[in-house]
Write a protein of this length. Structure first.
Length: 95
């Protein structure tokens, strides 16, 4: 996971971001309904995603993906940088 995030941050700076940060989320849940001491139904769900925030010339851009596939990180970085390019300048933006 660390390599994935480091690669994502490197891609963002290679595309022009002056700074960036990223977060990975993973969640698992299990719901079970019990009727008369027996499991009537159950549901298992798993979600994951990665968010990227970039800083570019006083502008901030965000992007999020549910995919953690390394090949999707280029698209995620490009989306965050593109969003920063069209956002309004924020004099307080930065890490």
């Amino acid at each position: 996971m660390k390599e994935l995030l480091n690669g994502l941050l490197q891609r963002a700076t290679a595309l022009g971001a002056q700074d960036a940060d990223a977060i990975v989320t993973r969640r698992q849940s299990l719901d079970a309904n019990v009727y008369k001491s027996e499991v009537d139904e159950y549901n298992h769900a798993q979600t994951q995603g990665v968010g990227l925030r970039v800083f570019l010339g006083g502008r901030v851009g965000y992007a999020y993906s549910e995919s953690l596939a390394p090949q999707d990180m280029e698209e995620l970085a490009a989306a965050a940088v593109a969003n920063a390019e069209v956002s309004d300048p924020d004099p307080d933006a930065g890490l």
